[in-house]
Design a protein around this ligand. Structure first.
Ligand SMILES: *Cc1c(COP(=O)(O)O)cnc(C)c1O
Length: 397
């Protein structure tokens, strides 16, 4: 069994993907060929924002967002303590200071209450300006943007949505008329939002890729410049220091095929898979030792996930709380079931950030890093495979 079965996906989409790759080879337009603009238009339309600018990877997408917003030295940027390294790495790379914020124990996303505490702590310290928050859509679930946006507005801060894992997620928000709801998609919640097309993300290509989304014309044109060496009116007029960060035509062409499958079948398929996991696991917990508790993922009302990961929590509520996760993983592996730990170390405990001042405690992130376990998950996983994972997990426990 594969953790994320990209080979199976290729078998299903092979005819179209092969043709798309051959077409690019024949066109000779390997950089900024037509598929790049076509993909950007399709993504912008799906997400519901004015501009989509593709780039080389999800980390660069965040860097481009920070550059467009003018984030730099002396700025505090609030980042959840439980995320992939990139979310905070880019802040330090721009010379700003990441401030790690604790997360919600049920959604794993940045906790608005902890965000407010961290902002207050930065104000009290009087060395940094609260400038932006990077809220991450962890494991496919959008962060609590209604509350985050309210806090950011009050503080005069920018909101960046790190949707690297969130593409395809959604929140239903009350409509303008106040008589119903409207579906808003991930990558539309930030002043600037980003995503990644790393192969294992919900929408992945066959290498590295990323994109930036915004409704703002000025930031869009800045990002357009920053991604090609800070170009001005033409390629050899350089008006600012930028990056070389474009999406290859080949990747764009592959993504167009995969995006069609994503919209037409894959997003529905992963949601069905998640539902089946949850139903089985919740039904089987009565067969395991009382002191071990399995918590299945929580999706708040009106939220939709794109299930970048299906992550359970394993905890021992009484006693000393320790649980031998590595031993469990080894036993499952022996039965042919791969599992992963995203993430074993909170950002604030990473060696690279040991010099970063701590403005807030993050006990939830600490606890999650010791208790989470991600199970095999992708659009092509079968019901038999899900059943086998669930049964083996329960048996080992
Ligand atoms: C993968 C990921 C990134 C970085 O994307 P790359 O394309 O690998 O550079 C950033 N943030 C989060 C939350 C991610 O999961």
């Amino acid at each position: 069994m594969e953790f994320r079965d990209l080979k199976k996906q290729y078998q299903v989409l092979k005819t179209d993907i092969d043709q798309a790759m051959l077409d690019v080879a024949a066109s000779g337009a390997f950089i900024m060929g037509n598929p790049v603009r076509e993909l950007e238009q399709e993504l912008a339309e799906y997400v519901g924002v004015k501009h989509c600018l593709s780039c080389a990877n999800g980390t660069d997408a965040l860097t481009l967002a920070l550059k467009a917003l003018g984030v730099g030295k002396g700025d505090a940027v609030f980042v959840p303590d439980f995320t992939f390294f990139s979310s905070a790495e880019v802040v330090s790379l721009e010379g700003a200071t990441p401030v790690f914020v604790d997360v919600d124990p049920r959604t794993f996303n940045i906790d608005p209450k902890s965000l407010e505490d961290a902002i207050r702590s930065v104000h009290d310290h009087m060395t940094l300006r609260p400038k932006a928050v990077i809220a991450v859509d962890l494991f496919g679930l959008p962060a609590n943007f209604p509350e985050i946006r309210t806090i950011a507005k009050r503080e005069g801060m920018f909101v960046i949505e790190d949707g690297a894992q969130g593409f395809g997620g959604s929140i239903r928000l009350p409509n303008a008329e106040g008589d119903g709801f409207q579906l808003h998609r991930a990558c539309s919640f930030g002043d600037i939002s980003t995503t990644s097309f790393f192969p294992a993300k919900p929408l992945g290509c066959y290498g590295d890729g990323g994109a930036v989304f915004t409704d703002n014309d000025e930031w869009a044109s800045l990002i357009e410049s920053y991604r090609v060496h800070g170009k001005g009116s033409f390629k050899y007029d350089n008006v600012r220091i930028g990056l070389n960060s474009r999406l290859d035509t080949l990747q764009a062409a592959i993504l167009r095929v995969k995006f069609k499958a994503f919209r037409e079948q894959e997003l529905t398929a992963v949601n069905k898979a998640a539902e089946y996991y949850t139903q089985l696991l919740n039904g089987m917990t009565k067969f395991i030792k009382k002191e071990i508790q399995i918590t299945t993922p929580y999706i708040p009302e009106n939220y939709g996930s794109s299930w970048a990961q299906y992550t359970i929590q394993l905890s021992v509520p009484s006693g000393n709380g320790s649980f031998n996760r590595a031993a469990l993983q080894a036993k499952l592996k022996a039965k042919g079931i791969p599992t992963m730990v995203y993430y074993p170390t909170p950002m604030s405990k990473q060696t690279a950030f040991k010099e970063v001042h701590s403005f807030a405690l993050t006990p939830v992130a600490e606890r999650l890093s010791n208790s989470v376990l991600a199970l095999p998950m992708h659009p092509y996983i079968s019901r038999e495979e899900i059943r086998s994972v669930a049964e083996n997990l329960i048996n080992v426990l």
